[in-house]
Write a protein that binds this ligand. Structure first.
Ligand SMILES: [Zn+2]
Length: 87
């Protein structure tokens, strides 16, 4: 139990820093296309060329962080609940 108790502050710190990260920069680069929005091909001359549009991010090259999506869902749920109680 002692090891778990001593690990708690670290876990809290990790959770807090992740939450801060999601709050500060909710959008991250798409992991599949690395923010290009499309597959990148290298031509024989060594130049980079845009290929097909990335299916994962629909060509935007960005994606919403999981934490931000959870936050959005929580806010939506909370708002819906609040509207019901005020009406
Ligand atoms: Zn992508």
């Amino acid at each position: 139990m002692t090891s778990l108790l001593s690990a708690m502050p670290a876990l809290v710190l990790v959770a807090l820093s992740y939450g801060a990260l999601c709050a500060l920069s909710p959008i991250g680069a798409c992991r599949k296309c690395k923010g290009w929005g499309a597959k990148i091909h290298q031509t024989r001359t060594g130049r980079l060329k845009r290929g097909r549009t990335c299916r994962r991010c629909d060509g935007y090259g960005v994606r919403l962080r999981l934490g931000r999506r959870l936050y959005n869902a929580t806010v939506r749920l909370h708002r819906a609940h609040h509207d019901d109680s005020t009406r």
